[in-house]
Write a protein that binds this ligand. Structure first.
Ligand SMILES: [Zn+2]
Length: 289
């Protein structure tokens, strides 16, 4: 559900999170709910600042019980360094806030139950998000560093496999703990949340486009004949920006213009994809001519 629009960014609260907050409020724990919500918003805010600093526009932010997902205009996946930094910032900020808040409240001698909850909420959001499981920050960091080393295709596959393995081990461990009565059955909600969130991630537009681009060359070779889609772009437009205009079953030719709208040259889609897969998604078109 969409709750607000701040500076053009859609702010969405996940239904599961919303019910959790309502449940807390109904149980007379409104202050607790507000504290948890604040910790999630603070976490997400830092992701947004770093993403904006790397030149990405944010389309939507969805707040989940353990953090959030910022959906960006443009593919941060094509810039592993920006993706790694943006992902790392959230957990780092949450844990820093926890430590600073703890120090502050302790120094003031006000380490009451609300202060403790604020510290614990930030700490647990920070630690939880470091897990290499889709769609958490830890997984994004893992993918970005693998992509930088072994390329997009292998990096994407390996990070997805690691995520699946970690989730399987974690689910089994939680299940055993529930059966043994070590933790309450509510803990299983974490597993459900992660499975649902992973599905959402796979349905997310940027993810779909990214997977599609990786398989793009084989599509051309299978179809063998395709209509041409002409695009016109100024020389400062980056590969990442052009990719948002890529449509299936069309081969794209990009006419590059200078600031006087004179034609500098034409770039074929293959050149774009090659640069993208080499990790140069942020290169302006003029460098490809
Ligand atoms: Zn995060």
């Amino acid at each position: 559900m969409i709750i607000a629009r701040v500076l053009g960014v859609r702010l969405r609260v996940n239904v599961l999170f919303f019910f959790l907050l309502v449940l807390y409020a109904v149980a007379g724990l409104l202050a607790e709910a507000v504290i948890m919500f604040a910790a999630v918003v603070l976490h997400e805010l830092w992701h947004m600042i770093v993403a904006l600093g790397h030149g990405f526009d944010i389309e939507e932010v969805e707040l989940l019980p353990f953090g959030g997902v910022a959906r960006l205009k443009g593919l941060i996946e094509v810039n592993p360094v920006a993706e790694f930094r943006t992902s790392l910032t959230g957990p780092l900020a949450s844990m820093t806030i926890a430590v600073v808040a703890f120090g502050m409240f302790a120094a003031l001698g006000r380490l009451g139950p609300y202060a403790r909850l604020f510290v614990l909420s930030n700490l647990s959001i920070g630690l939880f998000n470091l897990m290499p499981v889709i769609p958490l920050d830890g997984w994004r960091m893992l993918r970005a560093s693998l992509v930088g080393r072994i390329g997009f295709v292998a990096g994407g596959k390996t990070s997805t496999r690691i995520s699946g393995a970690v989730l399987a081990v974690m689910s089994a461990a939680i299940l055993v703990a529930v059966v043994l009565g070590l933790v309450s059955a509510v803990t299983l909600a974490v597993v459900v949340f992660l499975i649902v969130a992973a599905r959402r991630e796979r349905a997310n537009g940027a993810y779909v486009l990214f997977r599609y681009l990786i398989r793009r060359e084989s599509e051309i070779l299978t179809d063998r004949i395709m209509a041409v889609q002409q695009l016109v772009a100024t020389k400062d437009v980056t590969i990442r920006e052009v990719l948002q205009f890529i449509t299936p079953r069309r081969y794209h030719m990009i006419v590059v213009l200078d600031s006087d709208l004179e034609t500098l040259g034409t770039i074929g889609e293959k050149q774009l994809l090659d640069s993208l897969l080499a990790g140069n998604g942020d290169v302006p078109l003029e460098y490809l001519l």
